[in-house]
Design a protein. Sequence first.
Length: 258
Amino acid sequence: MDDKILQTKLEEGILLITITRPKAMNALNAQFFREMDELVASVKADKEVRVVVITGEGKAFVAGADIAEMVNKNQAEGEAFSRLGQNTFRSLEKLDTPVIAAVNGFALGGGMELAMACDFRIASTKAKFGQPEVNLGLIPGYAGTQRLSRLTGMGNALYLLMTAGMIGADEALRIGLVQKVVEPEALMDEVMKIAKNIASKGPQAIKKVKVVARRGYEMSLDEGADLEAEAFGSLFGDNSEGREGMQAFLEKRKPEWK
């Protein structure tokens, strides 16, 4: 019997990762972080993977970190557990392959932090979002205090962080936390449709647009524009992806990506 938390399925260039601890509402533990680190490393080396989709089994995407695993940690161990999660989510964020969160249910605490580390989020109407850590006398530990304000603005972020309030998918859409909301039975079909659309584009262009957008967000406008110009130029020339794409457009045919 496979005792892995993360189950994977690769089809048509799309790697579906399903978190499978439904009895624990998919709570994040040290094993999850080890397995996710391994998957990120394997995706980096696998040219077949064009898009990654992450979802949860059962009623939750991820309902938080595993409190039973955290409760007896001392200060140094608590900081180490925070850095463990931060490093995993940062490596996921820095992956040049697009990563989509398919949020099927509760995305609370570490689950919301995982969703925020993905490139964008598609939510079921049953999805619930929140950072309830202050209820436990804690704060988010996987960079939730940093990503939330970048996605929703400081006022919305501090409101959610300080009140520990839980919001539904429609409110998450309104504040920019998610990009689309669909009925539960349509969630995976819609996410896979989006993933296939992305997978059909120029693979190097998709990787570069993610890297340039994410790295540029942390730079000045001038530095980001320089990075963009360099990446733009790299797609030109003989045997380049850009040459194939533009030639296909002029010849009214589908491009043949390598």
